[in-house]
Design a binder for this molecule. Sequence first.
Ligand SMILES: NC(=O)c1ccc[n+]([C@@H]2O[C@H](COP(=O)([O-])OP(=O)(O)OC[C@H]3O[C@@H](n4cnc5c(N)ncnc54)[C@H](O)[C@@H]3O)[C@@H](O)[C@H]2O)c1
Length: 423
Amino acid sequence: MFLSNPPPENPVLQGETLSKGSLAHVAVLGLGYVGLPIARAASGAGLRVTGIDPSPNARARADDRAISVQPRAPAGDAPDVWIIAVPTPLDSRGRPDLSAVQSALATVATGLRPGALVLLISTCQPGATRALCAPALTSSGLRIGQDVFLAASPERENPGQSGFGLTDTPRLVGALDADSLARAVRFWERLGVPTVAVASAEIAECAKLLENTYRLVNIALMGELQPAFAAFGVSTRAVVEAAATKPFGFAPFWPGLGAGGHCIPVDPAYLQREACGVGEPSSLIAAALRANRGRPGRVVARLKESLGGSVAGRRIMVAGVTYKADVADLRGAAAVTLLRQLKRRGACVAWHDPVLGEVPVALAGIPRATMFDRHPDGELEALVLGTPHSAYALSELGDAAPLVVDPFGLLPTREGTRRVVHA
Ligand SMILES: NC(=O)c1ccc[n+]([C@@H]2O[C@H](COP(=O)([O-])OP(=O)(O)OC[C@H]3O[C@@H](n4cnc5c(N)ncnc54)[C@H](O)[C@@H]3O)[C@@H](O)[C@H]2O)c1
């Protein structure tokens, strides 16, 4: 598929050049949420796959007969395709941390042979393919688009959402030259992944960041409107459902405790940093990042007010702690922030989660409950819905404590001895 702004040359017309590029051996750097499914798909497509990951846990998860896993690049067995799917988090000061990408590029550069294709899958800032990847790969004198090939092809997966896997979601592909673009498109086609070729690597990079910035801004907006609508005595979800009947110009977003995970609260910071770098910061992105970070604090404030002005010493349960429903991942989880804030304010807090296996380090020192309506220290006084896992029966949650605080607006509000408030 091509967009209105087509790539410089149609890659489909370049079959002859392409036939020279082998795809037989694929190296995937980073065997996490993103890299492992790509490695498995490449193996399923009949390609030989080497998975490279410094983490023994990641290697153990990936280790089967389909993929050969190792901590370093394969010596003397140069791959035809290199996939970079390493983390791109924020550092402790909220700035983009590209150290894993830099280290992966150094690995690729040492094993890169003429004819190889490198795909940057990790979410990076605009210009990363051109300014970060290309120089790292050409330091030995290889030329991009002639000797070796490079394209940006960011991941768009949405964990936990079925129907949007590797082969269901069109893959953006943007490159610095037509040959690289053609080879990248051919690689994805071999895996059965539909592609959208765009005119430059920067368009692919910016599109990825725009997608998640759009989501963050709208999620932050719903997080701010939920308490306002609640104060009007109106259900936010009913409002969104009503607005969503408009057949154009409105995409529904739902209230919650705040966006977590490794993408939605992170990617806009990558875009903002580059926008600041060119003297064009977005006040809206800044506000959305701030509102998202502040969302658990607003819920704590509502809980405090509902408990008569203090949470200190009160037995409070947070039901569901992962960053999204039915996904066993705590990275950036707003419920963890909420738990820590409650603990800091002296609450006698506990958590329950039907999805998490072992107690994660992030929650060490905060007791886990075996049932969401049984506090380990005595009678439950308040419950906050932290993550609405599908294992929870909403009607039961509403009856779990004298006060139930629902940042998602899923439970009907109620007054009386079993109060339910939207926060
Ligand atoms: N998980 C998602 O749903 C998702 C969606 C879209 C985009 N992304 C992006 O995809 C990229 C990867 O994310 P993820 O969720 O798979 O991360 P992850 O943390 O699950 O996995 C990354 C893996 O890379 C490994 N790694 C770190 N440095 C390495 C190196 N130098 N060489 C080889 N391996 C290395 C880590 O040990 C880890 O196993 C990130 O840029 C992320 O923003 C993720």
